[in-house]
Design a protein around this ligand. Structure first.
Ligand code: FE2
Length: 166
């Protein structure tokens, strides 16, 4: 892993502190995002940065509103992400792109960039089992079709949850 990526991971881990659950989630989503990026493309560091930081507003959301709900994370996340990325000398364009994703990652349809779609699908690849009953394959197949935005995301979701390739 190169120095910038390592430093970003370390900054996210330092920010989340004892909250290993969030740290693990960020790692898992980033790994899926990198896999999807290989198929879908987009700016790699934007995808990586969005994976690492997408839920960075969750502690502030809980603190300020007493809720980790997506809409509060979307408000609280971008300023925190912006500070972390600026400290690591990310370019202004990339900081804007990452913060835009962080600020909309529970609101599909508002941003149509490849990087957004890749992050959105990567988050769902991790969260699907917690949000839906994954035991009915027919239902799950239609949920996957509805929820995921990218071809690679749908394919990887089918492979991961339904054991189907292609
Ligand atoms: Fe997430």
């Amino acid at each position: 892993m190169d120095e910038t990526k390592k430093a970003l991971m370390a900054a996210m881990e330092a920010y989340f502190g004892e909250d290993q659950k969030r740290i693990n989630h960020a790692h898992c989503v980033t790994e899926f995002a990198e896999q999807l990026w290989q198929k879908e493309g987009g700016d790699y560091l934007t995808v990586f940065g969005a994976g690492v930081l997408h839920d960075i507003g969750i502690h502030q959301a809980e603190k300020k509103y007493g809720s980790p709900a997506g809409k509060y994370q979307e408000i609280e996340g971008p300023p925190i992400a912006r500070q972390i990325l600026a400290d690591l000398s990310f370019s202004p364009e990339r900081i804007d792109a990452i913060c835009e994703i962080v600020g909309h990652h529970h609101s599909p349809g508002k941003i149509a960039t490849t990087e957004f779609c890749v992050l959105y699908d990567a988050d769902w690849l991790v969260n699907l089992k917690d949000e839906y009953d994954i035991h009915d394959p027919a239902k799950l197949a239609s949920i996957i079709d509805r929820v995921f935005l990218t071809r690679a995301g749908k394919a990887l979701a089918r492979e991961t949850y339904l054991g189907k390739t292609g």
